[in-house]
Design a protein around this ligand. Sequence first.
Ligand SMILES: *[C@@H]1O[C@H](CO)[C@@H](O)[C@H](O)[C@H]1NC(C)=O
Ligand SMILES: *[C@@H]1O[C@H](CO)[C@@H](O)[C@H](O)[C@H]1NC(C)=O
Length: 528
Amino acid sequence: MSMKLMLVVPFIMMFLLGSASTGNVLVWPYDYSHWMHMKSVIHELTARGHRVTVVMASSYQAAESSESSNFHVEVIPVPFTRKEMEMLTQDALYLWSYETHKIPFWDSFIKIYSHLMKMQSKYKSFCDNVFWNEKLLQKLESAAFDVLISDGVMPGGELLAEKLRVPFLYSLRLTPGNTMERICGHVPAPSSYVPTGLVGLTDRMSFMERTANMLTYLSLDIMFHHFFNKDWDQYFSDVLGKPTTLCEIMGKAEIWLIRTYWDFEFPRPLLPNFEYVGGLHCQPAKPLPKEMEEFVQSSGEHGIVVFSLGTMIQNLTDEKGNLVALAFSRLPQKVVWRYKGKRPETLGTNTRIYDWIPQNDLLGHPKTKAFITHGGTNGIYEAIYHGIPMIGIPMFGDQSDNIAHVCAKGMAIELNINTMTAQDLVDAVNTIIHNTTYKENAVRLSQIHHDQPMKPLDRAVFWIEFVMRHKGAKHLRVAAHDLTWYQYHCLDVIAFLISCVALFMFIMVKCCSFCCRKCGITRKTKIE
Ligand SMILES: *[C@@H]1O[C@H](CO)[C@@H](O)[C@H](O)[C@H]1NC(C)=O
Ligand SMILES: *[C@@H]1O[C@H](CO)[C@@H](O)[C@H](O)[C@H]1NC(C)=O
């Protein structure tokens, strides 16, 4: 072969392989910040030439803004509007954020539970419109998808994958107490040093904390197995036309892409099909809009503080809004506040309110000193990425757990929205900025985050493409999936070993007593 040809062949090969390996991807996302995370993955997939189809309900906030994109959106009409869904969500958040601390635990539990059930019934009617729509299913089937990516926070994606016989991956932060990861994905979680992630524990637990942790695991397992999942078990069985369970189908996931990483997690055992891809949406900061840049620059040496409670919390109560604004007015820093509510009366001249902020770009700005956040995973990762210390004001969901992690890592301070005063907030901001420990820890975590063999987004896409190329990742599937619960915990083996020991002891005792009797008899006869 001539030298020239030898040089050209690899390129041709690469071209052929490259074009042959683009595929057809189906995505089952969830709304709000979940969608923002998923969009990063979708953009990367389309940039690499894959065709992407997204299934979402017409009531999703995400359905509003996704039309003119480079992927196809299959909007499923549902008999309720985006506005109604938004009201329901806001009510639930209000209840969770402000009401629950005023009433006894069980009352608040029942209230939140019934609210979540209301939302779930809406979600189920979206599923109905997918799974009982033969025309849609046929259309999806004929599209011959290579892989499905499902947001694991709500069931449905795995069911569609099973129905279409397509391998699937999860993209997930966590289910409550990691319950589904543990009981359906079989990821090991020793209760002695892996906290449930619901009660704000860390990996170093006292005796009482370990007791609480173990009891939480047990009660969650019982609750999920016997209550929460029952409806879905029936639903899945009906759709697939054979008896099955939610957990059985979830357990078929080829890969679980978890939206965190070791910078944030406590060290723990994982399975080979669990990948940490946290922070995949983060990017180097881009320049700010001109007006905002001028405001930020006007802060001088004091720098700025960024405050956002995320996409779901749009406004605070008047009382809280005034409290926060008052606290900000006492700071020497300038404050950029993302807020859609009423303009507080106590708003200082150093604070500017915006409907929307380029959060990642602001956190990456050299003038930014601190980030005040509700503790959503996306925001926390942007802060880790840029090494910015945080003040966490958790509102609902996994947020208090997220904040517990970053507090334990020494890059955050936690405040309680219901009990904090304006002075608490001022003190917290001063501590975060002037006690250098927090900044140092933030920078250290940031360095850990950036020092990976492969970027999180590349790793996520690698595994998606891997599943497409190999039609799954069965070689990573632990055999635990094929064991019963007593086999998994070796209860049958333990029972067998105990019986052996018992049998052995029994024989020994019998022999001894037999010998003794013999000896006794001979001795007796000798004496006689
Ligand atoms: C937020 O604003 C909406 C409408 O403007 C209002 O109905 C709701 O009560 C407000 N929420 C809070 C927490 O004040
Ligand atoms: C800074 O914060 C750390 C962690 O909370 C604390 O241990 C340390 O004493 C603080 N340093 C000062 C000078 O206050």
